[in-house]
Design a protein around this ligand. Structure first.
Ligand SMILES: CCCCC/C=C\[C@@H](/C=C\CCCCCCCC(=O)O)OO
Ligand SMILES: [Fe+2]
Length: 742
């Protein structure tokens, strides 16, 4: 018997760890893995996800222009039953929203109706003990509290690790990580990180071994030399997964028999964790791949590429890796050895796809690690020329599977470090700080944006302190300094205006109108349809609200806070592509974008992490072996070569790579969804009487109605994909979080 891990689990026959297999009656009761592909019927679906009626759902959102905690304490404390803080007396008389009595009603409602973990937070709000309501501050006070960290250089001239961010979190925005994440999940993560030792720190009397034993439910500690193959990992995954707290209720891609196939690989470019970067191939990429086909002797592909409509060719272009991490030699091997662990390799793969007229996306070729030219890089072409080609050889096509793994490694880093963390979490934080430094809390722009900042500042601080230096840098094939550089590169090359949804679709070569996306060619790209529909809906809402305060372009151009905001975001927040704002439409676009980043965009790239990443072999964060240096080497690859490149026998790495996506994929609580936000806005203005207030109520009512209509539309968009596609419901407004809160 050989020891598998430093934690003492012994391996069994053929190097398998001695982990409990479920008893037959449990195994028999496990759902058919293919249920994850099944759409519920329309009725089933809407009965599960349709929000409760507005009367039962909303948690009022708060208007900072009205609130002041000191006053709340005085006014509201006496209404509570001192013996039972869960009882909140409802005020009597005619309640007018916008008054303290109206506020009181809203808070009482919140406390009474919130049956989630926020229940006590709401009560604390009422008591003023642990306020999550923004305290009404003057702009001067805001500026004192919201200070930027140094960027781009530290005082000593060295590059600052992160984009501009908040120096100190104000107390009313300060959430402990235990108030953000599932508590047990967080403790498990800390055990893996060895931040706590449970037997010493008294985690309910459990030992470290106990927790690690639980965690092995997601880890496969095997030794490839002893004959472990990928099917063993697949079998293990069927019965050892963490509990279902995400949208897919614990399912993951490894449950599908064809998880490694061309079809699933292609589908992920449109509906996976990163559906945001697939882009029409430029003439130079098309020429480069033709050249590679010639070099590799792929005659059929040389001729197919010459005949292909260039508009049907798309790339996932990770070729910028070395530039982004500050390595000037384009041929340098990118490799990093975390302290106390084995080496990891990073690659900058470029994948070429063809989008067929019937909507099927097909992978054509993969340059496994771009080294400055196609001649110097290894590029392999798919044996299957079209999606309809027989798929029975796919499982054993090890060279091609290795290439797809390289593409997944490239996208793991790009998705997590660039798209998710930087272009969502960090860009939004820079906006939050800039807004607080320039726009008073009573201003229309502040009021419309601030509900979308819930928990973000504390969460991002956790990402800077722990996630990147202690988790990501141990998983990827680049050093911590290179991670910083990669993040800064994503930030510095970000174009705010070009990332507006219609502009983004257009620059990536997709139609940017709902009608254009109706073409059957785009039937498998529901992300594009849904994100555009949400953009249009949010924009309509933002415009109707902002028009109340800014009826003319001149009023926008003359507004000092808005002009200060623009300057601050461009300079102190280092987003020079933030637009000049002189017209109402420019203002509406910029504000819509700030909401888009915090809500739909982040939800799309956050909440599918467990499904696509917890089965680590499907999308590993790095390679555990150097990538092949020649096409001949790659063509000779067999299963053991792929196994050796995967973190199958690296328990800590596997644990972290599976655990963290699970921790970050918890479904949003119903009262923090975008849909509920709309309902609560509508509710808050229920008692408002002035024409302007009624107009806000009407805008919120429309937003709620529009979002409900989108729920249906998104269901049909998902159902319209090819048979057997993984349902795409992550942007359902009932599942979309109002802010970056995880
Ligand atoms: C596995 C890679 C995940 C990348 C996630 C990117 C963004 C993430 C931001 C913050 C998460 C913070 C996690 C902190 C874990 C802290 C453990 C501890 O300190 O005890 O959001 O989704
Ligand atoms: Fe996130």
């Amino acid at each position: 018997m050989q020891s598998v891990t430093q934690h003492g689990a012994a391996s069994g026959a053929a190097g398998r760890p001695n982990l409990p297999t479920p008893p037959p009656h449990v195994a028999a009761a496990l759902p058919d893995p293919h249920t994850i592909l099944k759409h519920p019927s329309e009725e089933e679906y809407f009965s599960q996800i349709a929000p409760e009626a507005v009367e039962h759902a909303p948690l009022p959102s708060f208007d900072p222009g009205v609130f002041n905690n000191e006053l709340l304490k005085l006014r509201l404390y006496p209404t509570l039953d001192p013996k039972d803080p869960t009882k909140v007396k409802e005020p009597e008389g005619n309640i007018v929203e916008g008054t303290y009595m109206g506020t009181q009603l809203a808070l009482a409602e919140a406390a009474r109706r919130t049956h989630t973990r926020f229940r006590y937070a709401s009560l604390f709000d009422v008591l003023g003990v642990e306020p999550s309501l923004p305290r009404l501050m003057s702009l001067e006070e805001q500026r004192k509290l919201y200070q930027y960290s140094a960027y781009p250089k530290n005082a000593d001239g060295t590059p600052a690790p992160y984009p501009p961010h908040l120096e100190h979190i104000p107390s009313d925005q300060d959430y402990s990580l235990f108030a953000i994440f599932n508590k047990i999940g967080l403790i498990e993560t800390q055990v893996i990180l060895q931040k706590i030792t449970p037997d010493e720190d008294g985690f309910r009397g459990r030992t470290k071994e106990w927790i690690l034993e639980k965690l092995r439910a997601v880890a496969y500690g095997g030794e490839p030399e002893k004959g472990i193959n990928i099917q063993d990992v697949v079998d293990y995954n069927r019965h050892h997964r963490k509990c279902g707290t995400d949208l897919a209720r614990g399912g993951n891609i490894g449950l599908l028999d064809d998880w490694y196939s061309d079809r699933r690989f292609a589908d992920q470019q449109f509906t996976g964790t990163n559906p945001t970067t697939i882009t029409r191939a430029s003439p130079s990429w098309i020429a480069g791949f033709k050249k590679a086909a010639e070099i590799g002797g792929y005659g059929k592909w040389v001729s197919a590429l010459s005949k292909a409509d260039p508009a049907s060719l798309f790339v996932q272009d990770g070729s910028y890796l070395r530039k982004a991490i500050g390595v000037s030699d384009p041929e340098a091997v990118v490799q990093y050895k975390p302290p106390g662990a084995d080496d990891n390799w990073a690659v900058g793969a470029v994948s070429l796809f063809q989008l067929h007229e019937d909507g099927k996306l097909h992978p054509i070729a993969i340059c496994i690690d771009y080294k400055g030219s196609m001649e110097k890089s290894v590029t392999i072409f798919n044996r299957r020329m079209a999606p309809s080609d027989p798929s029975n050889g796919e499982k054993e096509d090890w060279p091609w599977r290795c290439a797809k793994t390289s593409a997944q490694v490239t996208d793991w880093m790009r998705h997590e470090l660039a798209v998710h963390l930087t272009l969502s979490h960090f860009v939004e934080e820079a906006i939050i700080v800039a807004t607080n430094r320039t726009i008073p809390m009573t201003h229309a722009v502040y009021k419309i944006l601030s509900p979308h900042w819930y928990k973000t500042l504390s969460l991002n601080a956790g990402a800077r302190v722990t996630l990147i230096p202690q988790i990501i840098s141990d998983l990827v094939g680049i050093s911590l300094d290179q991670c910083y550089s990669y993040i800064r590169h994503a930030y510095d090359t970000y174009d705010f205006v070009k990332s507006y949804v219609p502009n983004d679709l257009d620059r990536r070569g997709f139609p940017n109108t709902p009608e254009g996306l109706e073409h059957p060619r785009y039937k498998n790209y529901p992300y594009a349809k849904n994100i555009l529909a949400l953009w249009c809906t949010l924009r309509t809402y933002v415009k109707s609200k902002l028009l109340l305060s800014f009826p003319t372009d001149a009023s926008v151009a003359a507004d000092k806070p808005i002009q200060d905001w623009v300057r601050e975001v461009k300079t102190a927040a280092s987003i020079p592509s933030f637009p000049e704002i002189k017209t109402i439409d420019q203002l509406v676009d910029a504000v819509t974008m700030c909401i888009h980043i915090a809500s739909p965009f982040h939800s799309a790239v956050n909440y599918l992490q467990n499904f696509y990443q917890a089965f680590v072999v499907a999308k590993p964060p790095s390679l555990c072996r150097p990538p092949p240096r020649t096409l001949e080497q790659l063509r000779a690859y067999k299963e053991p070569d792929l196994v050796a490149a995967l973190p199958i026998n690296r328990q800590r790495q596997w644990l972290l790579a599976a655990q963290v996506p699970w921790l970050l994929s918890f479904r949003v609580e119903a009262d923090r969804s975008l849909l509920n936000y709309a309902a609560s806005q509508w509710n808050v203005y229920k008692y408002k009487t002035s024409p302007a207030e009624q107009a806000v109520r009407e805008a919120s009512r429309k937003l709620y109605g529009d979002l409900q209509a989108l729920q249906k539309k998104f269901f049909y968009n998902s159902a319209a994909m090819d048979k057997g596609s993984i349902p795409y419901m992550v942007l359902d407004p009932g599942f979309t979080a109002v802010s970056i809160l995880i």
